[in-house]
Design a protein around this ligand. Sequence first.
Ligand SMILES: C[S@@+](CC[C@H](N)C(=O)[O-])C[C@H]1O[C@@H](n2cnc3c(N)ncnc32)[C@H](O)[C@@H]1O
Length: 186
Amino acid sequence: METAPPNLRDVFSPPRPVILEIGSGMGETTLSMATGAPDTGIVAVDVHTPGIGALLAGAERESLGNIRVCIGDAVELMDRLDPGSLAGIRAYFPDPWPKVRHHKRRLVQPAFVHRAAVLLAPGGTLHLATDIAHYADQMLEVCAAEPMLDVGQGLVDRPQWRPITGYERRGVAAGRMSKDLIATRC
Ligand SMILES: C[S@@+](CC[C@H](N)C(=O)[O-])C[C@H]1O[C@@H](n2cnc3c(N)ncnc32)[C@H](O)[C@@H]1O
């Protein structure tokens, strides 16, 4: 984390557009999306060490050279990065914190969304997904209030090109429905 350069393009050779994936969990989605976009660099950040280990093992097994990982708090990492330096940021199924008294712990808050918008290059996207209806509404409300973002179609069903994540699969089994939000940096 401390050694991450302010422009994450510089951790790839040759440099390439970078997507920051926040909360990569066990990394299945990261691996799948990295395989489909070899010219894009994926930097996955998570506080969960076993998940990061599984992701690194998968990247080695599949000989993927376009994945880097950070262990630690995504917000701290984002504070170190250069404005306009990311092609995309995604946070699939950030911790839901379902109890009302814990909502303030949710990742997607105005300050986070503003920082994400500042880090995106024009045309870059902030892609969020959740299977908690109240959190989906919160994501839409906060992103729509950020002047640097255009929320496009708002909350939508999972686009076919986004793989179902490990966490999402458990939600589907429990009868929950996912929503995606793709906001574009103006
Ligand atoms: C509910 S899981 C979803 C994992 C994965 N995206 C998926 O859909 O299967 C949320 C993940 O976010 C990570 N996380 C929570 N807060 C974080 C933070 N501040 N910085 C980085 N990762 C965080 C957790 O460790 C966990 O792996």
